[in-house]
Design a protein around this ligand. Structure first.
Ligand code: ZN
Ligand code: ZN
Length: 448
C-alpha cells in the first residue's frame, strides 16, 4: 500500500463531512473500532444531533460535545464512548482518534440502516471458522468468529476456496503497514452468494480491491486502482481465510465457468495483477518473468497464447521450477543473464536486486515492470542501465475493468492453474511453503 493512502485516511473524517456538504447526502455511516470493539455510527449531517448506533441522538446540547471532547483528549476512552468519538471525529477540524480506529466510512441508505438496526448486533450467534492474524510476525490463529455483519450494498459469500497470495505473506510478516487487526487475511476468495446485493447462489470472486471512493481524481479518471481512499480485502477489511466473507457487491467479480473453485482462486490476484503487468509490457516479443510462482505460471500461458517468447528466471539451482516453466511454454529457464536481450521483463519476486538485473537484460526501449506490492530496497545502479529509453515502473492493485477483462480471457487461452491445496486450518503451512519458495504454481485454501 502506498503512503498516500495512509495520509488520505488521516483526513477521512473531514472527507466525510465535506462529502455531506458537497453531495448533500443525508447520512454517512462510520464504523470505528478500538481493540476488539466495533461500533457503527450514523452521522446525520448537522453540528448537533448525530444519531448513535442505538438510535439516541447526541449531542443535544453543545456542552455535551465539550465534555466528551475532554474525555477523549484526557485519554479516558471508554468503550461506551465510542459512538461519541465517532461523532467527534466527524465534528472536529482535525482527526481526534488514530486513523486505524476508523475502519470504514460510506454513504448509507437511511432505510437500510434503519431496518438493519444496529450493525453491531450479532446474527443468531452463528459462528464461522476463520484464520486470524492478531499481530504481524505471529502465526495465524484458528478461530470461531461471529458471522460477519452484512452492511448496505454488501453481499454475504460462502467461501469455497481462497488463494494464498504473496501479499498475504507481506501482511502477515509485517512488511505492509497498519493492517486492520485482528484481521482475516485473503483476497482471492471464490464462493457462493448467500444474501445481499447479488443473486443468491451466484458464484463470485472477491478480489483485493474491496472499495473505492468513486470521487477522487483517480477514480474519476478510470484509475480506481490508485484511489486515495481505497480499501483492500484481507488488509483493511476482513478477507477470505474464513467460511464467510462480506464484500461490497460492486467489487465482486463473476468467476468463469469451467474452473473448479481451487483452480479459479489464483486467477483473482495472481492472474489479475499479472495480467495488468503484462499489459504494461506493450507488444514486447521477448518477455522475461522473474520469479516463477503463482503469477508467472499464469502469465506465461497468456504470453505464449499471445505469441510472445518467454524467458523464466528462478532462484539459482531451482531445477524443478525451471522445468515447470519450460512445461508451460518458456523457451528458456534459468538464473543470471538470458541467452539474448529481452524486450520487457516483469519482476514478481520481492527482491530489489532483480531491478538492475532486469534492466541489464532488456534491450533499448525495453520495459521493466515491478508487479509486487512490496520489494526489498533496490540497490543503486549506473544510469547506463536505464539509458536507451528503458522504462522502469510498478503496477499497483487492480481495477474492476482489469478483472472483467482477464476473467473473460482466461478460459479462452485457456489458462490452467496448477495449485497446491491446503485445508483452511493449514494456512500457516501454506504461507510457510510460499515463504521458502516451495509452492509449485499457487497455494489455495479449501473450505468446507
Ligand atoms: Zn477514489
Ligand atoms: Zn494478491
Amino acid at each position: 500500500m502506498q503512503e498516500g493512502n495512509l495520509k488520505a485516511e488521516q483526513t477521512l473524517p473531514r472527507l466525510a463531512v465535506d462529502e455531506l456538504d458537497a453531495r448533500r447526502c443525508e447520512r454517512v455511516q462510520l464504523r470505528l473500532h478500538v481493540g476488539d470493539l466495533e461500533r457503527d455510527v450514523v452521522h446525520a449531517g448537522a453540528a448537533l444531533g448525530h444519531e448513535l448506533a442505538d438510535g439516541r441522538v447526541w449531542p443535544e446540547r453543545p456542552e455535551e460535545l465539550d465534555a466528551a471532547l475532554a474525555d477523549e483528549q484526557g485519554g479516558r476512552l471508554d468503550p461506551l464512548l465510542l459512538d461519541r468519538v465517532a461523532v467527534l471525529q466527524l465534528s472536529a477540524e482535525e482527526p481526534l482518534v488514530d486513523a486505524d480506529r476508523l475502519v470504514e466510512v460510506r454513504d448509507c441508505d437511511p432505510e437500510v440502516v434503519d431496518s438493519a438496526g444496529s450493525h453491531g448486533a450479532m446474527l443468531d450467534n452463528r459462528s464461522v471458522r476463520a484464520m486470524v492474524l492478531d499481530e504481524p510476525g505471529r502465526p495465524l490463529r484458528t478461530a470461531e468468529l461471529p458471522e460477519p455483519n452484512l452492511g448496505p450494498g454488501q453481499v454475504r459469500v460462502r467461501v469455497d476456496a481462497c488463494g494464498v497470495c504473496r501479499t498475504d505473506l507481506h501482511v502477515v510478516d509485517g512488511e505492509l503497514p497498519d493492517p486492520k487487526l485482528p484481521l482475516v487475511p485473503g483476497h482471492q476468495a471464490v464462493g457462493t452468494v448467500l444474501e445481499g446485493e447479488a443473486e443468491p447462489g451466484a458464484r463470485v470472486g472477491v478480489p483485493w480491491l474491496g472499495w473505492t471512493c468513486g470521487e477522487c481524481r483517480y477514480c474519476r479518471s478510470g484509475r480506481e486502482n490508485l484511489c486515495d481512499f481505497a480499501r483492500f480485502t484481507g488488509y483493511q477489511v476482513d478477507g477470505g481465510y474464513a467460511e464467510q466473507i462480506v464484500a461490497d457487491g460492486r467489487f465482486c467479480l463473476s468467476v468463469p465457468e469451467g474452473y473448479p473453485d481451487e483452480q479459479a482462486a489464483p486467477l483473482l490476484c495472481a492472474g489479475l495483477i499479472g495480467f495488468r503487468s503484462l499489459r504494461f509490457t506493450g507488444d514486447a516479443e521477448r518477455l522475461g518473468l522473474y520469479g516463477f510462482g503463482a503469477s508467472a505460471h499464469i502469465i506465461c500461458q497468456v504470453a505464449r497464447w499471445q505469441g510472445r517468447r518467454v524467458f523464466a528466471f528462478t532462484r539459482p539451482g531451482d531445477e524443478e521450477g525451471q522445468e515447470f516453466a519450460r512445461s508451460l511454454g518458456a523457451e528458456w529457464a534459468g538464473s543470471g543473464q538470458p541467452p539474448e536481450k529481452l524486450d520487457a521483463a516483469i519482476i514478481f519476486a520481492p527482491a530489489g536486486e532483480l531491478v538492475p538485473a532486469a534492466l541489464a537484460a532488456v534491450a533499448k526501449g525495453g520495459v521493466v515492470v515491478c508487479a509486487g506490492i512490496h520489494m526489498s530496497d533496490i540497490p543503486s545502479f549506473p544510469y547506463e542501465l536505464l539509458w536507451g529509453e528503458r522504462v522502469l515502473r510498478s503496477v499497483a492493485n487492480l481495477t474492476r475493468a482489469d478483472g472483467e477483462e482477464f476473467l473473460a480471457l482466461a478460459p479462452r487461452v485457456p489458462v490452467r492453474t496448477e495449485v497446491e491445496v491446503f485445508p483452511l486450518e493449514q494456512a500457516n503451512e501454506a504461507l510457510q511453503r510460499l515463504r521458502v519458495g516451495k509452492i509449485r504454481g499457487a497455494a489455495v485454501l479449501r473450505l468446507g
